[in-house]
Structures are given as structure tokens and as C-alpha cells.
Design a protein. Structure first.
Length: 202
């Protein structure tokens, strides 16, 4: 095994978190052509698998499921965004599910993104990036931005006391930061809902 492929493999197995990789991860090790050749070789050897959009992963075997398991769609979506340097935040049904507004697990993961529109099919799940003006979200924490997306999806006229209670429950469980410092640039009606939510906590 060549020095380059050894370095690439060592980098992969020593990476913490989801073991998903793109060519960009190995630029400090070799040139692009060599990286692509070695990734193909490792695929042929069964050490890694090719996913979508030139992403690769180390498959893991689950004794519980008695089968090989692959990275989940959310991790793949995050890696795609990292690869292209897009800022993303879950939206639509996916945002509703993550915040407890819906218990139905969606088979479409939709993200608001500052990149172009893209749609991928990954293991039967659609991953969609929707080009959206998310400038006012970029300075928010992930959970605050997620709450903003939920309010946007549900809409001002449909956000009543039931929805405020669900938002309060999400905030109480997942957040500790002072949200009032973050929300100065979001729409006024969303600020008012968040303030009402905070009143629920007192």
C-alpha cells in the first residue's frame, strides 16, 4: 500500500464523528488526481463505499441489525454543505419534526441554503437544498435558527397558543442561551412570538 493511501486511511479511521469524506479532506496529503485514484482503489478493496456527490464513507457492521449500515441522511447533507461551503438550516417538515411540532419522520430532508437548489436521492430519502435568503439566520445559534424556520413554515396567522407551547417545550429542553440577544434582526412578528414564549417560562 502506498504512503499516500496509508495517510488517507489513517486520516479516515482517526476522524471523530461520522466517517464521511470528500476529496477536499485530503488536499493536504496529495493532489486531486492521486486522491481520486486512491479513493477508487479503497472502494475496490471494500474498505470504503461511495455515497453520492463524490462522497465516501467507511461502512460499519451492525451486530444488532446483522447488516452493514451507512451514514444517516442528515450527516450526508451536512457533509455536502461543508464540501460546497453552504450554510444550511433544516426547514419544512424536517424542521417541524426536529422541534417536536410533528412526530412523523419525513422521507424528505429539506434545508434552507445560501447555495443553489440541489436535490439528491440517498438510500430512498430525498435531500433537498432550497436556495433561500438566510442572511438573518447566519448569526443565530442552530436551535434559534431552527425555531425561526418553524415559525416561517407555520406562518404568522397560524401560530397560536398551541404552537407557542410547543415552541416553549423545545426551548426548555434544548436551549440555555439568552435568545433575546440573538433575535434583533428577525421579523418583528417572530420576535413577538419568542417574547410570548419566554413569558410562558416565567
Amino acid at each position: 500500500m502506498s504512503t499516500t493511501i496509508n495517510e488517507m486511511w489513517n486520516f479516515m479511521i482517526n476522524t471523530s464523528g461520522p466517517k464521511i469524506f470528500s476529496v477536499n479532506d485530503f488536499i493536504s496529503i496529495a493532489d486531486r488526481s492521486s486522491i481520486e485514484s486512491n479513493l477508487k482503489l479503497m472502494c475496490d478493496q471494500g474498505k470504503i463505499v461511495k455515497l453520492i456527490d463524490e462522497l465516501y464513507a467507511i461502512p460499519e457492521y451492525s451486530n444488532l441489525l446483522n447488516t452493514t449500515v451507512y451514514p444517516n441522511a442528515n450527516h450526508v447533507a451536512k457533509k455536502i454543505a461543508e464540501k460546497y461551503q453552504w450554510k444550511i438550516i433544516p426547514t419544512d417538515d424536517y424542521a417541524l419534526n426536529l422541534t417536536g411540532f410533528s412526530t412523523q419522520v419525513p422521507n424528505i430532508l429539506t434545508f434552507a441554503s445560501d447555495g443553489p437548489y440541489r436535490k439528491y436521492d440517498y438510500n430512498g430519502i430525498d435531500i433537498i437544498f432550497k436556495n433561500t435568503n438566510i442572511k438573518y439566520l447566519t448569526n443565530l445559534s442552530r436551535n434559534t435558527a431552527l425555531m425561526v424556520q418553524v415559525m416561517k413554515v407555520i406562518g404568522k396567522n397560524n401560530f397560536g397558543q398551541k404552537e407557542i407551547k410547543k415552541l416553549t417545550s423545545f426551548y426548555r429542553t434544548h436551549m440555555s442561551e439568552n435568545i433575546l440577544k440573538e433575535i434583533k434582526n428577525i421579523p418583528i412578528w417572530m420576535q413577538e412570538i419568542i417574547k410570548e414564549m419566554l413569558d410562558e417560562l416565567n
